[in-house]
Design a protein around this ligand. Structure first.
Ligand code: AMP
Ligand code: GLY
Length: 438
C-alpha cells in the first residue's frame, strides 16, 4: 500500500512511526511533514489545508490510504471531497467534524442526546447584552468559549464576573478570535481530574484507546497559560473500569447513535475530553482527530497493526479485539522559551542522537526544521520535540524517570519543559495504595 499522512506535528510523527511498522505499507508520504518524519517517510511540500493540492497528489501517486492529522482539513471537508472522488481516507466528514468545529453545535448536540456536560448558554453577536446579563446572574468561575476554532486559545476560565465581562468584550467587540469568537458559549465551571479518551470508530462499532492525561498549562502544578499540551502519559489510573463503562454507555454510544440518526458520517478518531466530576464523567470538549500529545503515548502502546485498524474503520468492519502492550508511556514536550506567547526560532538542537539511543525511548519531532545554510536541525515552532518513554505497566515513576533522562540529553537555546509530567498520577497511585493499607 501507499499511504499519505497529512500534517506536520508530533502527532503526525507518531502516526507515521506506527504506520511505518505495518507490513502492508510499501511507501509512506507525509504532507508537509517535518524533518523527523522525513527520516521514515517521503515529505511532500503541500500544506495540510490545500485540499485540491492534496487530492491531486493522491491521484498522481495512486495513494491507497490517506490519514488526516489536524482538524482544519476535516472541518473544511477533506473527507467529503476525497470520498466523493473515490479515494480512501480516514476521518469524519465535515458535518460530523462540527463536533470540534463549533462549540455551540457540540453543546446543543450533547443537550439533545442527554450526554453529560457542563450547563451552558450560547449567544450570538446580536445577543451580547443578554450574555452580559447572564454573566451577572451566574456564580464565578465562569467559562467562556469561542464557538469556532481558535488555535486552542478560545477558552477562558474567568475567576471573577469582571474578568468574564472583559473576556466577553474582547471576544465579541474586540474580535480577538475574528469570526470564531463572534458567537460564544458560556458554561458552568467543572471541577475534577481531566482525562482524554480517544475512540476509534467505523460509525457504529467503536474501541476505546487507553485513557491518557494531557498537561495543558505551561508551568508545573498546572499554572500559567493554556498551551497545545506540554506532555502526556497513558494509561492513566484516574480512569478506572467504572469510569470506562460510564464513558462507553453514557457518552460514546449516544454520540455515535445521535450522529448516525442525523446522517453525520463519523469514521475516524473521536477525542473525548473529560472532566471526572463528583457526579461522574462530563464532556469538556470533543475533537474530531487524534490528540496531541496523547497520540505520542497511545500509539506506542498499541500492539496491533494500526493500518489494519484504520482500514477496518473505513470499511465499517471494526472489531473490539485490539491488543495493547501491558506498559506505561510518558511523553515530555520540549518547547521554545516564551511559548505559548512570543518565542524565537532557528536555535540549533543538540543531543538528539544520544537521547534517541536510550532504550525504550522514541523522539517525535513537532516544530523542527533543517537550516539549509548549515544543514543542521533547528527549532521552528513553540512545541519543538516530544520525548516518549515506555516502561513497565506497574512502574509509572520509572517510565517518567526514563523520559526525563532522555530529555536532559537534548539542548537548545531557551529549551523549556515541565518537570512534573505524570506526577499527579504518581500521587494518585500513592494515595490509593495508602487507603488500601489503612
Ligand atoms: P477546551 O478547548 O474546551 O478543551 O478547553 C481547554 C481547557 O479549558 C480544558 O482542557 C479544561 O482544562 C478547561 N475547561 C474547559 N471547559 C471547562 C469547564 N467547563 N470547567 C472547567 N474547566 C474547563
Ligand atoms: N491534547 C489536546 C488536543 O489534542 O487538543
Amino acid at each position: 500500500m501507499k499511504v499519505l499522512i497529512i500534517g506536520s506535528g508530533g502527532r503526525e510523527h507518531a502516526l507515521a512511526w506506527k504506520v511505518r511498522q505495518s507490513p502492508h505499507v510499501r511507501e509512506l508520504f507525509c504532507a508537509p511533514g517535518n524533518p523527523g518524519i522525513g527520516t521514515i517517510a517521503t515529505l511532500v511540500d503541500i500544506k495540510a489545508n490545500d485540499l485540491e493540492g492534496l487530492h491531486k497528489f493522491v491521484l498522481d501517486e495512486k495513494i491507497d490510504l490517506t490519514i488526516v492529522g489536524p482538524e482544519q482539513p476535516l472541518i473544511d471537508g477533506i473527507v467529503d471531497l476525497f470520498e466523493e472522488r473515490g479515494c480512501r481516507i480516514f476521518g469524519p466528514r465535515r458535518d460530523a467534524a462540527l463536533l470540534e468545529g463549533s462549540k455551540i453545535f457540540a453543546k446543543q448536540f450533547m443537550k439533545k442526546y442527554q450526554i453529560p456536560t457542563a450547563e451552558f448558554h450560547s449567544f450570538t453577536f446580536g445577543e451580547r447584552f443578554d450574555a452580559e446579563r447572564y454573566i451577572n446572574e451566574i456564580p464565578a468561575p465562569i467559562v467562556i468559549k469561542a464557538d469556532g476554532l481558535a488555535a486552542g486559545k478560545g477558552v477562558s476560565i474567568c475567576e471573577t464576573k469582571e474578568q468574564a465581562l472583559g473576556t466577553l468584550d474582547k471576544m465579541m467587540n474586540g474580535k480577538i478570535f475574528g469570526q470564531a469568537g463572534m458567537n460564544i458559549v458560556i458554561e458552568e465551571y467543572l471541577e475534577g481530574e481531566e482525562a482524554s479518551i480517544l475512540v476509534l470508530t467505523d460509525g457504529n462499532n467503536f474501541v476505546l484507546l487507553p485513557p491518557a492525561q494531557d498537561h495543558k498549562r505551561i508551568f508545573d502544578n498546572d499554572k500559567g497559560k493554556n498551551t497545545g499540551g506540554m506532555g502526556a502519559y497513558a494509561p492513566t489510573p484516574v480512569v478506572n473500569e467504572e469510569i470506562v463503562e460510564s464513558v462507553k454507555s453514557d457518552i460514546v454510544r449516544p454520540v455515535l447513535k445521535g450522529l448516525a440518526l442525523e446522517g453525520r458520517n463519523y469514521k475516524g478518531c473521536l477525542y473525548v475530553g473529560l472532566m471526572l466530576t463528583q457526579t461522574g464523567p462530563k464532556v469538556v470538549e470533543f475533537n474530531c482527530r487524534f490528540g496531541d500529545p496523547e497520540t505520542q503515548v497511545i500509539l506506542p502502546l498499541l500492539e496491533d497493526d494500526f493500518v489494519e485498524l484504520v482500514m477496518n474503520c473505513i470499511d465499517g468492519a471494526l472489531t473490539r479485539n485490539v491488543t495493547w502492550r501491558p506498559q506505561t508511556a510518558v511523553c515530555i514536550v520540549i518547547a521554545s522559551g516564551g511559548y505559548p506567547d512570543h518565542y524565537d526560532i532557528g536555535k540549533p538542537i543538540l543531543g538528539l542522537d544520544t537521547a534517541s539511543a536510550e532504550r525504550d525511548v522514541v523522539i517525535f519531532h513537532a516544530g523542527t526544521q533543517i537550516d539549509h545554510r548549515t544543514g543542521t536541525l533547528v527549532t521552528a515552532g513553540g512545541r519543538v520535540l516530544g520525548v516518549t518513554a515506555l516502561g513497565s505497566q506497574n512502574n509509572l515513576e520509572e517510565t517518567i524517570g526514563r523520559a526525563y533522562h532522555a530529555v536532559e540529553k537534548i539542548t537548545f537555546d531557551g529549551a523549556y519543559y515541565r518537570s512534573d509530567i505524570g506526577k499527579r498520577a504518581v500521587r494518585f497511585l500513592q494515595k490509593s495504595r495508602d487507603t488500601e493499607h489503612s
